[in-house]
Design a binder for this molecule. Structure first.
Ligand code: DX5
Ligand code: ZN
Length: 220
């Protein structure tokens, strides 16, 4: 793997000064902004909608926005986030009645499509939609909250997803989300992940640049 991507999860950012904090993490070396959308229905928490995504882009954030929809249903918000400037939109298979249609909608709206799997959700549906996705997002915590413990059994699932990608011959990012810190990122990369969502592991540290530098050196 020639390149690893760091997607900084703004759930742990300074929300009272979001634009500047996001710019700081980009300046410190993050590749993307991970934007966790929670609806107090699919997950027991509530976060931000498309207007916040649009505001960040208007503020001047140029890096790709990696939207993770933890909402049910998904289709209306897919359209709104695409219009708000999202680059990636990931959805959970349980959250839509017609997965194939929702994935097509993401692509038709000009975004890259991601499929997100909770720790106990099997990867079976990938067999049928692999040609319609650009990213597989493996949750390494149960969705809904920042700063939870990484679930180690997910490592074998990352490997399983990596094998499915290799077999498909397609260019699909393998993203891991939840509990990733400097000390365990290497395990996730050895298992096959190339894209790492990191929230508290960056935003709750004093020096983002130093943290991202350490993270990258641990990946080598
Ligand atoms: C959890 C979210 C994650 C979260 C990760 O539901 O999907 O993206 O922000 O936060 P950390 O890195 O603190 O575990
Ligand atoms: Zn997320």
């Amino acid at each position: 793997m020639s390149k690893y991507y760091i997607s900084a999860s703004i759930l742990s950012a300074n929300l009272a000064n979001l634009g500047q904090d996001v710019q700081n993490v980009i300046n410190a070396g993050a590749d993307m902004i991970h934007f966790d959308v929670m609806d107090n229905n699919y997950v027991p928490n509530l976060t931000f909608g498309p207007v916040v995504c649009e505001s960040l882009i208007k503020y001047g954030i140029m890096s790709p926005v990696d939207v993770h929809l933890m909402v049910e249903p998904v289709d209306d918000l897919i359209v709104k986030f695409a219009e708000a400037g999202a680059s990636f939109i990931s959805i959970h298979p349980e959250a839509t009645k017609h997965l194939d249609r929702s994935l097509q909608l993401i692509r038709n709206k000009g975004c890259k499509a991601g499929l997100a799997f909770n720790p106990s959700t099997p990867l079976t549906c990938l067999k049928y939609v692999i040609d319609k996705i650009d990213m597989i997002l493996i949750m390494s915590v149960n969705p809904g909250f920042a700063n939870q413990e990484f679930i180690p059994s997910v490592l074998s699932k990352i490997k399983e997803a990596g094998d499915i990608i290799t077999k498909s011959g397609r260019k699909i990012l393998l993203e891991v989300d939840g509990g990733i810190k400097e000390h365990n990122i290497k395990k996730a990369s050895v298992a096959g992940a190339d894209t790492f969502v990191i929230g508290s592991g960056i935003f709750k540290t004093d020096n983002y640049k130093e943290t991202i530098k350490n993270i990258r050196s641990n990946l080598e």
